[in-house]
Ligand binder design. Sequence first.
Ligand code: CP
Ligand code: NVA
Length: 305
Amino acid sequence: MKKDFISIHDLTRYEFFELMDQTKKIKDDPDEYRKKLKNQVLAMIFEKPSLRTRMTFEVGMLELGGKAIYLSPSEIQIGKRETVEDVAHNLERWVDGIMIRTFGHDNVIRLAQAASVPVINALTDLLHPCQAMADFFTLKEHKGNISKIKLAWVGDGNNVCHSLMFAAAKAGCKMSAAVPKGYEPNPEIVRLALEDGKGSDFELIVTNDPLEAVAGADAIYADVWTSMGQEAEKEERLKLFASFQVNEALMSKAKDDCVFMHCLPAHRGEEVTAEVFDGPRSIVFDEAENRLHAQKAIMLALMGK
Ligand code: CP
Ligand code: NVA
């Protein structure tokens, strides 16, 4: 049966740690993997903008011996120009895998159900699993044992927060999320993460108090306050999220060696100060680099022979 990569929730704990190990091997010795996806083609459907995701999937396919084809938001217009299923039944005739960044999570589920080739979720309004895989790999590089860390999320209970919750549950570590009232993570995702974390040391605290969230944290993670597709809410969010900025004062309440993380793109002066973002504890570009290595591991797991 073909495999998809839609949510970290779908992985077993073993598969999660396997992907971490494989990412390390690929990063340490990329030459060993130059022909692993020789002549394979990945279709990349983008309904939202991207720098990192587009570049890392495209470079990743090149470095594995294959090719990626970029389909811009104006091209497919999934669900408008033709149905998700018809898109799947066309693409599966030509390519070996499909990567999709879209709004409704349901589009990815339907695409995966219809397509005979693997489908990779490259961000929906609900989840951003490739990001969270790269982030936990980055945490492993900086902190060692990812089962022993505390990750503090500060900001919107959004797609990136959701996928980090699933990753933390698989890693079996502690995670806290400080969010403004009304911007809590999706309760169903919280429920599933708690289920996933059973039998491990996974702990999840959701609070409206950033100070509570960052106490004892090994990493503080921020994301934009207004995600793609929410542009109309920008002014309102700027006000509501004002006390959720990651600045030196907040960083000083975490562990002394606490690192700062961000999926990018970032807005200096909004969710994070320039001082923190450009400071010595920021590992944001390590995260960006590791998107490449983590996604090569994911593509190999799905498309490799
Ligand atoms: N972090 C991330 O997914 O970046 P892009 O939106 O640029 O792909
Ligand atoms: N939460 C952000 C992540 C961007 C990588 C968004 O969805 O726009």
